[in-house]
Design a protein around this ligand. Sequence first.
Ligand code: ZN
Ligand code: ZN
Length: 278
Amino acid sequence: MEEDYGKQIQVTCWGCRGSCPAPYENRLQFGGNTSCYSVEAGNELLILDGGTGLAGLGETLARRGDVKTITILFSHLHLDHISGIPFFKPLYQPERTIHIYGGEERPGELRSSLEAVMGPPYWPVSLKDCPARLEYRSLEEGQRAVLPGGIILETMRANHPGRTLLYRITAGNKKIVYGLDCEMDSQVMEALAHFARDADLMICDAQYSPEDYPGHRGWGHSTWQDGVRLAKRCGAKKVCFSHFAWEYDDRDLLKMDRELRRIFARGFFAKERMVIPV
Ligand SMILES: [Zn+2]
Ligand SMILES: [Zn+2]
């Protein structure tokens, strides 16, 4: 039987920058925090990556008692996807259980890497001393897992340095694909089009403008034009572009967003705190 997640599933963007935070006046319309999204389905809350955007999300969660479980899915462990962890307030709440999922190059890497980064000499408080209960689970590419609340998680390997996973989340009859940090070539496009077939929402890597991409070939990122080609192939209903290079200011991004909407009405550029109904 299909789970009932209430009226709707809601996705919120807490950070849409790639690589480096950009808290500058001329970048605040789209936001300066690095990758973090939340997916709320009934009482379940999934967090996609823990970039600096995780701090703002944690601040709101710390005041909420209605969220039953918190699950964080890390696409990979690059700094722009984990650096919000020390500021995630639910870690300091003893009544919380937080499930942490991600891929690994070697057994135990997920836990040991996060504990290494959050602890002396990099940070005064050790992750392993935080009062919340943390449960770790490593994921393989091509794996299917059932998350708390009956939400189905499936994974695919991204074309990005290190073990990076793309996620497909199925909650009730809704499908969300989280596909940041992935460079497109014809083989990846083919596999990803299959993985994201008929997604209700696809979150796509748009690190570089088509003009800037050639100088960053092989860095593991895409352009919004790659995302449009992919969306047309897979039939995604809404496409949210994210993980913009921190160098782009609001004017650059508004220009790309306008161009995108002109040729592809189902696509838009993410803005921090944007709520996307699914
Ligand atoms: Zn990244
Ligand atoms: Zn990365």
